[in-house]
Design a protein around this ligand. Structure first.
Ligand code: ADP
Ligand code: XUL
Length: 529
């Protein structure tokens, strides 16, 4: 039976998931940077910095984690000899800087030394800025100015210049250490760096992750010459080619064959970003299914039938690994805002559940909330506290029940309004994240979006997506695996209730008017979570 391996190189860990062709899980392991590799002094996956906003990690730590993860799986008695293909995903936007020794170092990987020991001489920058870095405000405005404004950058690359995105980070490196920049032969993303290691040769960047750089032109799927020029000199030569996510890079490096028992025929499929991989891992790779994750912040992603960008510049467009594009829209005031309401009112989650919500009608009699307790990125604004709208009585003296409903309805109404530009016809919303288990929350979302909601049980959608992508690229099929790995929790479906439709159409108008009434404060666009 064929086996498929998926690697998830995330902020705090490197995980591996081995599945068979029927989608049964054979093995999994996860190496946590803090507890398993304490010598790197990165308890949460990044290094302490004295520079405000700067967040870097040691790329050698990712290599040690990969070695440790595979060796632990082998030590547990698992045999990799049936692996036909491997793919993976990395935290998006992080960049790895390599000198001209890189191609040779890849060829010289051998079981005498660890990956980290072999690759160390090839680093032209000892640390990698990661997605949590917000230190490039200046570089973002320089790139924007050179191109004629944020919206022009968004129209070309899918996002306005964003502090954590790779282009502004590369520009900062060039400005701060131009000689090290000059010595840099290749700039990789976390994803393409690890795929190159596994294939033992310098690999491309895929469209999924490449679109998170503010450098890829979405119209022609090549590096945008003007964006590259505005970022740093000779940048195009330092970037690997950009390629379709389903590209097979070649067979596995002999290093992994000798050390961990992979067959020499095992193929490596381009790695992608964690969000594009998650789209596939949740079974939402084709248009029609929307994924909403209600975590610390709320995120909304969906496959897009054709490329379009957010006219307001709030959302992002990345490549969809199964072809076409996907959106990623993040709402910073997610669970954090729901928790604030819960704490301020001294209630528990049952107030947000069906019995709690039954005490007020859908649409809250026209009363509502702009539910931002702190800065928001969709819409962008330096909000400080929620704003109530509706009747005088509600604004002056709202009841607990009204406030709980107003918070939830405000959050999901904002989602409905801010995702209209996608033009996506949704058949079903796949709901995940901590708050998804709450029936009241799921039902309110279904009613406001006018779409059925299914709950997803999986927590490893990134690695699952990687196994599906490997099988799809090499075997042209992953249907059976999808059926077993991406099925929603049975019986979890919530249908939108027709009788709520009018109330929410009215609330939509009131919400938009209330939002427009707000002066547009200073826009933060950097931190996602
Ligand atoms: P993240 O992955 O961003 O850390 P999770 O997806 O694990 O976040 O979600 C955690 C959040 O889910 C908690 O902070 C909490 O606010 C929320 N949560 C957990 N249980 C419930 C519930 N029953 N109802 C509503 N929200 C909940
Ligand atoms: C997406 C983003 C994060 C990282 C890490 O734009 O910055 O989701 O991919 O998970």
């Amino acid at each position: 039976m064929d086996h498929w391996l998926g690697i998830d190189a995330s902020t705090q860990s490197v995980s591996a998931l081995l599945v068979d062709e029927k989608g049964a899980i054979i093995a999994k392991d996860s190496v946590n940077f803090g507890s398993d590799l304490p010598d790197y002094k990165a308890p949460q996956g990044f290094l302490e910095s004295s520079t405000p906003g700067e967040v870097h990690a040691d790329p050698l730590m990712w290599l040690d984690a990969l070695d440790l993860c595979l060796s632990r799986i082998v030590a547990a008695g698992v045999d990799f000899s049936n692996v036909r293909g491997i793919s993976g995903a990395g935290q998006q936007h992080g960049t790895v800087y390599l000198n001209e020794k890189w191609p040779n170092c890849l060829l010289q990987l051998d079981s005498e030394k660890s990956l980290a020991d072999r690759i160390k001489p090839a680093l032209s920058r000892s640390t990698s800025p990661i997605w949590m870095d917000v230190s490039t405000e200046m570089e973002c405005s320089e790139i924007s100015k050179a191109l004629g404004g944020d919206i022009e950058v968004c129209n070309r690359s899918g996002s306005v210049p964003i502090e954590r995105f790779s282009g502004p980070q590369i520009r900062k490196f060039f400005k701060e250490d131009s000689s090290a920049y000059k010595e840099t032969f290749r700039i990789h993303l976390v994803s393409s760096f690890l795929a190159s290691i596994l294939a033992g040769k310098d690999g491309p960047i895929d469209y999924g992750d490449g679109a998170g750089m503010n450098l890829l032109n979405l119209a022609d799927l090549g590096w945008d010459a003007e964006l590259c020029d505005a970022t740093a000199p000779d940048l195009v030569e330092k970037l690997p080619p950009c390629t379709a996510s389903q590209t097979i890079l070649g067979t596995i490096s002999p290093y992994f064959e000798k050390k961990y028992g992979f067959p020499s025929t095992a193929k490596i499929v381009a790695f992608t970003g964690d969000n594009p991989s998650s789209l596939i891992g949740m079974g939402a790779g084709s248009p029609g299914k929307i994924v909403i994750s209600l975590g610390t912040s709320d995120t909304f992603f969906a496959a897009m039938p054709s490329v379009r960008t957010d006219p307001n510049g709030f959302g992002h467009v990345f490549g969809n690994p199964f072809g076409g594009f996907m959106s990623l829209i993040c709402f910073r005031n997610g669970s954090l805002a729901r928790e604030k309401v819960k704490e301020q009112l001294g209630v528990d989650w049952s107030a947000f559940d069906e019995e709690g919500l039954e005490k007020t009608p859908s649409g809250n009699d026209g009363n509502g909330m702009i539910p931002f307790f702190g800065p928001e990125i969709t819409p962008r604004g330096d909000f400080q506290e929620p704003i109530l709208f509706g009747s005088k009585e509600f604004k002056q003296n709202p009841s607990q029940e009204q406030l709980v409903r107003a918070c939830l309805e405000g959050q999901f109404m904002n989602m409905r309004v801010q995702t209209k530009w996608l033009g996506v016809e949704s058949e079903v919303i796949l709901l995940t994240g901590g708050a998804s288990e709450n029936n009241g929350i799921a039902q309110t979302l279904a009613d406001i979006m006018g779409t059925a909601v299914d709950r997803l049980g999986t927590s490893s959608s990134v690695a699952i997506g990687a196994t599906l992508r490997a099988a799809e690229a090499i075997n042209q099929s992953s249907t059976r695996m999808q059926q077993s790995l991406c099925s929603p929790i049975s019986g979890s479906r919530r249908q939108p209730r027709n009788e709520t439709r009018n109330a929410y159409n009215l609330l939509s108008k009131a919400f938009k008017a209330a939002l427009q009434g707000q002066k547009s404060p200073l826009p933060p666009k950097s931190s996602e979570e």
